[in-house]
Design a protein around this ligand. Structure first.
Ligand SMILES: [Zn+2]
Length: 218
């Protein structure tokens, strides 16, 4: 048996942290809005879905910040697809195309399969291929969303409502549940940063910031 009495009695600088100690918060606050170097850490899910443009690829991806104060912080559950839209500069692109180009893919992916392989290759290179992602926050109230969906579909349970909801219902639910559109819409802390939690003004439930990547840049 080791006798505790034999260990060093040299004083450690622990009094202050002992006195100030609080239980660890359940979630660390997310990184503030801004542009971060990051890499594609994991492909969670990929599926093809029928859209107005035909069959397109939808992916759910996990990223990780590289370098700086938030090094290794995960940015998970980001939805990326290859549905084409016109940017304000008039150039046709898709969010997935922005990622593929920023991730250094040299050859144009011209099918969903090629897009999937391009994402796979960016994920395989991991931290070796950092690009930049512009992050923002969004505060969505799940209680207000569910209430809207149940009303709109006249359903008794949220499961039924989700089954019955039309695209218009989902659009309405989104409008009814977004309580903070971006970082600046969150309550301000004394030091100028933003609080990542606030009380929903409509139902009183807690709304927590969700981090979203808004833009990929090489
Ligand atoms: Zn609410």
């Amino acid at each position: 048996m080791t006798d505790a009495m034999n260990f060093s009695d040299e004083q450690l600088d622990t009094q202050q942290s002992f006195d100030d100690w609080e239980p660890a918060p359940e979630f660390a606050p997310p990184p503030p809005a801004g542009t971060y170097h990051m890499y594609l850490d994991k492909i969670r899910d990929m599926a093809e879905k029928q859209t107005k443009q035909g069959l397109r690829l939808f992916a759910t991806l996990d990223f990780r910040i590289q370098g700086g104060e938030y090094d290794t912080r995960a940015v998970n559950f980001q939805r990326v697809n290859n549905v084409t839209f016109n940017r304000r500069d008039g150039k046709a692109t898709s969010f997935m195309m922005d990622l593929v180009k920023s991730g250094g893919i040299q050859q144009a992916p011209t099918s969903n399969k090629a897009f999937a392989l391009a994402l796979q290759s960016i994920a395989d290179r991991g931290p070796g291929t950092p690009f930049q992602g512009q992050l923002d926050w969004e505060g969505v109230c799940g209680v207000c969303r569910d209430k809207f969906l149940m009303n709109a579909t006249q359903s008794g349970t949220i499961e039924e409502a989700k089954q019955a909801a039309t695209k218009e219902d989902w659009d309405g639910a989104r409008k009814a549940s977004v309580k903070a559109k971006n970082y600046r819409a969150f309550p301000i802390n004394a030091n100028g940063s933003r609080k990542d939690i606030f009380t929903c003004p409509d139902c009183g439930e807690e709304v927590r910031a969700q981090v979203q990547i808004k833009r990929f840049i090489p």
